[in-house]
Design a protein around this ligand. Structure first.
Ligand code: NAD
Length: 253
């Protein structure tokens, strides 16, 4: 009988996290879905949902023990939950900066420790951190967010080195701009428009949550990505590859 693999996904109530849960469900994974918001698990074949704040270490520890008592194993951790923060550096308070670092960088570390410990103990598993193109390049008015995502890529590389020989792979995906609630809220603040993004992306469109979810699923699955460890994979339609100036880029449309 085939063993049912178990994935933990943070921020699974909506957006990239929800689509990742659907894709892994279609491939037969059991799911543990974490979010601040309640999640209706009736769309999945085998899933539990736990509501809480991933920046709270006691919630993370309790989620890890509930996962092991329910399913008895953990094969993949998807550190997806994150918060946006669009604010010029001079206007960003230390309190706001710390909050973004706490959710986007400290929480993935706590989750990696709590769930990674169980993976290291059995000598297999995969951690996928959802970073951003903002973890690879500077983007103005995002000092806290960009620092958190650059840090998450640093954490990815370091855990890949510490845990690789123990059978646990650690990778990141770096989405470009994705059409989710996060984008709706950010655009409602007036800082950019659809055209600002689509004119810059060589593939001339936003990412869909499914584009990112498929890359995450690939990195979770050791039968497909079993020797990929420590990479930060852009899923950005060519955004980070493109050093063209605007008129040159648009000439190729
Ligand atoms: N949307 C984009 O354009 C984009 C681009 C690059 C990277 N990303 C990254 O992808 C990830 C998912 O983004 P999305 O667009 O789906 O976001 P989203 O805002 O639509 O969803 C994020 C989910 O995380 C949950 N969450 C937030 N803080 C939490 C906390 N402290 N504890 C538990 N749950 C929490 C929210 O409730 C929500 O369900 C984030 O890490 C984000 O930074 C998004």
């Amino acid at each position: 009988m085939e063993v049912q693999r178990v994935a933990v996904i943070t921020g699974a109530a909506q957006g990239i996290g929800r689509r990742t849960a659907q894709v892994l469900n279609e491939s037969g994974w059991s799911l543990v879905l974490l979010d601040l918001q309640a999640i209706d698990v009736s769309e999945y074949s085998s899933a539990i949902a736990l509501s809480g704040d991933i920046a709270d270490e006691s919630f993370v520890e309790s989620a890890a023990s509930q996962t092991l008592s329910k399913f008895g194993r953990i094969d993949a951790l998807v550190n997806n939950a994150g918060i946006s923060c669009i604010s010029s550096a001079l206007d960003t308070s230390a309190e706001l900066y710390r909050k973004v670092i706490d959710v986007n960088l400290v929480a993935p570390f706590l989750l990696a420790k709590a769930f990674g410990r169980a993976m290291v103990a059995v000598g297999s598993g995969s951690v996928v951190n959802v970073a951003s193109v903002a973890g690879l390049q500077g983007v103005a008015d995002r000092s806290a967010y960009n620092a958190s995502k650059h840090g998450l890529i640093g954490l990815t590389r370091t855990l890949a080195v510490e845990w690789g020989a123990l059978g646990v792979r650690v990778n990141a995906v770096c989405p470009g701009w994705v059409k989710t609630e996060m984008d709706h809220k950010d655009q409602a603040g007036g800082s950019y428009t659809d055209a600002d993004i689509t004119e810059h992306v060589p593939m001339a469109r936003f990412a869909k949550p499914d584009d990112i979810a498929q890359a995450i699923a690939f990195l979770c699955d050791s039968t497909k990505s079993g020797f990929i460890n420590g990479v930060s994979l852009p899923v950005d339609g060519g955004w980070t590859a493109d050093g063209s100036w605007q008129s040159l880029r648009l000439k190729h449309r």
